[in-house]
Design a protein around this ligand. Structure first.
Ligand code: G1P
Ligand code: ZN
Length: 568
């Protein structure tokens, strides 16, 4: 299971407190019955909290994961989550199961609060065998909201499909789990204890991650920018996991004033909000950034800290553009000065990054949606930076997307370039060309209708190849599949693609993270090389593609929706 990573392994310092909890109790074997709905989706198993609250539901999934791993005996794991409702209870259950299974060590974030990228870093830094991240990412929380659990492997990244499918297979045949009956472990104080064979360490979740950021970015330069009275910025943690990280990094290490931070106290229900950093859900930040006298820079992150949104004064940077700008300017930033090995994007992400890769003369990989597909490329040394249109960007410093990393990258860039965000992006467009891009989400559609829409387009698409639709000529209509260049595994049915002669694209996918009904995502992209046309409004520039998509899919007609639930 353990893989070699180039990162040097470090050992935890000796703790001040050590205690041993009643070492006499015996693991008990509890009979159980399989649940049939435990197949992990794009990013782990996500369900309504009430589903996870069913007796044995979580126990079954965790035991199935242990079984798929060939047991947990002697293994060391990290545990933490985004702090949402049910996080604490779930952690205690996982502790009991891991102790019963004979885990050698558990590294648990204080209060159970651990961002996804920080979890990935801890696994790598301390050479752990993996970890559980308790999060439903950007989905709403609270008793009526969502909960999720995701297993990451020894390289720090999400379990690849082979493992998630093995977990699912185990979950369908599970008949018992092992658990120990112990009192709740105190997660509030940093400590070291031992229960049976398991060493349990409660750790500060922020310090290691903040140190890593200081290695990658020029903190002195960024501190200089932040100290400049002409520069104001706002960071919105959306009442989610990155609050404590932002306080440490932006305020304590970089000298930002406390009022730079919005919503930085993690809450079990994210303050009733939807912790998704986009134009719809980060409304307060967006209003300020598009209001009178806005700050120069605004950013936000999601529930578990892996997503990011980047804003300038009155300007939204699409995640696809952000990825392209980051890659094009990486040589200006401390941790990336040596150049990039390669870049990658998920299939629906815009081809703006492809233009940068072509200029740099490096490979650009196109993978299915979901971070798990980047892992092999990183481990094989093929990749330095990658991203997804869904507000995810990161590099080979971890094996997850990383919201604060992207925010720090932009701050570092602003400090070097001394230009407004909008100017950096528009200059990039003039230099490389622009890819107009937008995603339209239709949430909670009836599943049968969603299936019908997908099936009809899949059947109809190929017959339309060669046909002209106004200015557009269809050249490819297929269902995207991906053969992993490292392990040769094949992933099929990853989204319907309509590709046009001018490299415009319409893509239709069914979401793998929703928890009620079906969510359909329509992605639109149109390249533009004429500087005069580059400043159009995005939805206007994409209107022809948007109309054509409706004509071909009849999505609005069949669902009765007049408009998308969310446009990003
Ligand atoms: C969505 C995004 C995808 C991202 C995932 C986890 O998945 O589209 O890019 O990796 O969330 O954050 P989807 O719901 O589309 O399957
Ligand atoms: Zn997330």
């Amino acid at each position: 299971m353990r893989e070699q990573t180039p990162h040097p392994k470090r050992v935890f310092p000796t703790p001040k407190t050590f205690y041993r909890i009643a070492a006499t109790m015996k693991p008990q074997t509890i009979p159980t019955r399989p649940f049939t709905d435990q197949r992990p989706g794009t990013s782990g198993l996500r369900k309504k909290v009430t589903v996870f609250q069913q007796p044995h539901y979580l126990e079954n999934f965790v035991q199935s994961t242990f079984n798929a791993l060939g047991g947990i005996r002697g293994k060391r794991l990290v545990l933490g989550g985004d702090g949402r409702f049910f996080n604490q209870q779930a952690l205690q259950t996982i502790i009991r199961l891991a102790v019963a299974g004979g885990a050698a060590g558990l590294l648990i974030a204080r209060n159970g609060i651990l961002s996804t990228p920080a979890a990935s870093h801890l696994i790598r830094k301390y050479g752990l065998d993996g970890g559980f991240i308790l999060s439903a990412s950007h989905n709403p929380g609270g008793p009526a909201g969502d909960f999720g659990i995701k297993f990451n492997i020894a390289n720090g990244g999400p379990a690849p499909e082979k493992l998630t499918e093995a977990i699912y297979a185990e979950s369908l045949k599970i008949s018992a789990f092992q658990i120990v009956d112990i009192a709740a472990v105190d997660l509030e104080r940093l400590s070291l204890s031992r229960i049976l064979e398991t060493e349990i360490r409660i750790i500060d979740p922020v310090a290691d991650y903040a140190d890593l950021m200081a290695e990658l970015f020029d903190f002195d330069l960024i501190a200089g920018l932040i100290a400049d009275s002409d520069f104001r910025f706002l960071y919105d943690a959306m009442h989610a996991v990155t609050g404590p990280y932002a306080e440490e990094i932006f305020c304590r290490r970089l000298g930002a004033a406390p009022d730079t931070l919005l919503n930085c106290t993690p809450k079990e229900d994210f303050g009733g909000g939807h912790p998704d950093p986009n134009l719809k859900y980060a409304r307060r930040l967006v209003d300020i950034m598009f209001g009178p006298a806005p700050p120069a820079f605004g950013a936000a992150s999601d529930g578990d800290g892996d997503r990011n949104m980047i804003l300038g004064a009155g300007f939204f940077v699409t995640p696809s553009d952000s990825l392209a700008v980051i890659a094009a300017n990486a040589h200006l930033v401390k941790g990336y000065r040596k150049g990039l090995k390669g870049v990658a994007r998920s299939m629906p992400t815009s081809q703006a990054i492809d233009r940068v890769a072509a200029r740099l003369g490096i490979d650009c990989y196109e993978t299915p949606t979901g971070w798990k597909f980047f892992g092999n490329l990183f481990d094989a040394g093929r990749l330095s930076i990658c991203g997804e249109e869904s507000f995810g960007t990161s590099s080979d410093h971890v094996r997850e997307k990383d919201g604060l990393w992207a925010v720090l990258f932009w701050l570092n860039l602003l400090a070097v370039k001394k230009l407004p965000v909008a100017e950096i992006v528009t200059r990039h467009w003039r230099d490389y060309g622009r890819n107009f891009y937008s995603r339209h989400d239709y949430e909670e559609i009836d599943s049968t209708i969603a299936d019908r829409i997908m099936e009809e387009l899949a059947q109809r698409g190929p017959g339309l190849i060669g046909r002209r639709c106004g200015r557009l000529q269809l050249t490819v209509a297929d269902d995207f599949s991906y053969r992993d260049p490292i392990d040769g595994s094949l992933s099929c049915n990853q989204g319907l693609r309509l590709l046009f002669a001018d490299q415009s694209r319409i893509i239709l996918r069914r979401s793998g993270t929703g928890t009620s009904g079906a969510t359909l995502r329509l992605y639109f992209e149109k390249p533009e090389n004429d500087p005069a046309a580059m400043m159009s409004e995005t939805q206007t520039a994409l209107a022809e593609l948007i109309d054509l998509a409706e004509e071909l899919t009849r999505l609005k007609e069949l669902t009765g929706r007049r408009e998308p639930t969310v446009i990003t």
